[in-house]
Design a protein around this ligand. Structure first.
Ligand SMILES: NC(=O)c1ccc[n+]([C@@H]2O[C@H](COP(=O)([O-])OP(=O)(O)OC[C@H]3O[C@@H](n4cnc5c(N)ncnc54)[C@H](O)[C@@H]3O)[C@@H](O)[C@H]2O)c1
Length: 394
């Protein structure tokens, strides 16, 4: 992490909250990555996430570096919104020039839209809109896309999980097994976990376990995902009274990892699968919706046992990819346009990645990292690294 472009730690003047912002690298003068709010967030975690964002852009061939930011604060505390306003105000020159951001764990895009407007930056995607060459047209496209909903759920909360479900289907195709009847367990039921479960069910998979921060809901015959989605609050917590159906069993949240299933989708916290708990894994396939959910040691142990892991920066890249594609005019604002592009990109990229890993005898992560770094270096050579300095001749 020593070679990262920018690492900032911020202390709130009016509370105990801290904030962090890291730009891993710039390509063409810009970078992008989400904003998360969670108690216990550290500069180190934000640095690792920013590095993963670079890989995400490289994997999709997007001409931007990776970045990440966030607050060590409780997203459920009503005073956190004011902390967020102060953080965004303090970081405004960076969001103006270098870094585009969007929703991540503990914060929704609708909150960011309101906060960035309040601070005078108009949108959290400001830097990427300016990079598109025609900021007004890009803003109109992005505003249109951000206002889209699918059956009442904002499209921005669906595209990431739609991509994860497509990655699962592509991995199944590669492994020669049908998605129909695939038994899946999802850790986390917010934007990513909820939408992944929703689209896995559309593909005929059976979701046998869903964990949120309060525990695991398990049904070996399959959960009613639509019912669970309807019982969810904006931060992905499921009301047990409304969501738990006949035959569902409540278990401790840690039990998600060892449930009998074919597919695990970690879609919550970092370092969820570690050397200490990975021996419990019974699934043959792990598709990472969360960022950095599997430690390096756990990945080595699982790979040694033949478990296929589709890495985070490939599987969950589509919220980020979609935002850039819309800003750059490569995808229209509608849900149909978004889903068509995501399906086509994920089918190709995951299939090719798993084939390359098998051919070279390396893990999918190693194969994807090599591919992504080469793409980023090529894009940096083509677009430059730093932005031109406006007013340098003063
Ligand atoms: N939102 C996006 O577009 C996006 C895109 C790419 C990657 N990600 C990554 O996906 C992960 C989830 O993000 P999100 O936006 O869906 O978050 P979210 O805040 O919408 O939901 C988080 C979910 O995880 C659950 N959770 C929290 N701690 C848990 C624990 N210890 N055990 C089980 N469940 C727990 C919460 O109850 C909630 O259901 C994060 O790692 C994030 O970085 C998000």
């Amino acid at each position: 992490m020593a070679d990262q472009f920018l690492r900032l730690a911020w202390s709130d003047s009016e509370s105990d909250a801290h904030g962090y912002l890291v730009i891993d690298r710039l390509v063409g003068g810009i970078s992008g990555g989400g904003l998360r709010i969670r108690p216990g967030l550290t500069l180190d975690e934000v640095s690792r996430l920013a590095a993963a964002m670079s890989l995400k852009n490289g994997a999709l061939g997007i001409a931007a570096g990776g970045a990440k930011c966030g607050l060590d604060a409780d997203p459920r505390d009503p005073s956190t919104r004011d902390v967020l306003v102060r953080f965004v105000r303090a970081m405004a020159p960076i969001f103006d020039a270098y870094m585009s951001t969007g929703e991540d764990m503990g914060v929704q895009q609708s909150t960011l839209n309101a906060v960035f407007a309040e601070v005078g930056l108009q949108t959290s995607l400001r830097a990427s809109l300016r990079a598109s060459g025609d900021a007004a047209a890009a803003l109109a496209r992005t505003s249109g896309a951000l206002s889209m909903t699918v059956e009442g759920t904002p499209l921005v909360d669906l595209v990431g999980g739609y991509g994860v479900a497509e990655a699962c289907a592509a991995a199944c195709r590669f492994l020669g097994r049908p998605t129909e009847g695939l038994r899946a367990v999802v850790q986390g039921f917010g934007s990513m976990g909820g939408s992944t479960a929703r689209y896995l069910v559309e593909k005929g998979a059976v979701v046998v376990g869903v964990a949120d921060s309060e525990g695991l809901i398990h049904n070996p015959a399959g959960l009613d995902v639509a019912r669970l989605l309807a019982a969810r609050d904006p931060l992905g917590l499921i009301s047990r009274a409304a969501g738990v159906g006949p035959g569902d069993v409540l278990l401790p949240r840690e039990d998600w990892l060892g449930l009998d299933c074919d597919l695990l989708v970690p879609a919550a916290v970092a370092d969820a699968i570690t050397v200490d708990n990975c021996s419990a894994v019974r699934a043959a396939l792990v598709v990472e919706a969360a960022n950095i959910p599997t430690t390096a040691g756990a990945e080595a142990a699982l790979s040694g046992r033949g478990v296929v892991i589709v890495p985070d920066f490939v599987a969950n890249a589509c919220t980020n990819g979609w935002a850039w594609w819309v800003a750059l005019g490569e995808v229209g604002p509608s849900a149909a346009d978004a889903f068509a592009k995501i399906a086509s990109v994920m089918r190709t990229s995951v299939g090719e990645l798993l084939a390359a890993a098998r051919r070279d005898g390396v893990t999918p992560r190693a194969a994807a990292e090599a591919l992504s770094r080469a793409q980023l270096d090529r894009l940096a050579a083509q677009h430059g690294v730093l932005p031109p300095l406006v007013g340098a001749s003063l």
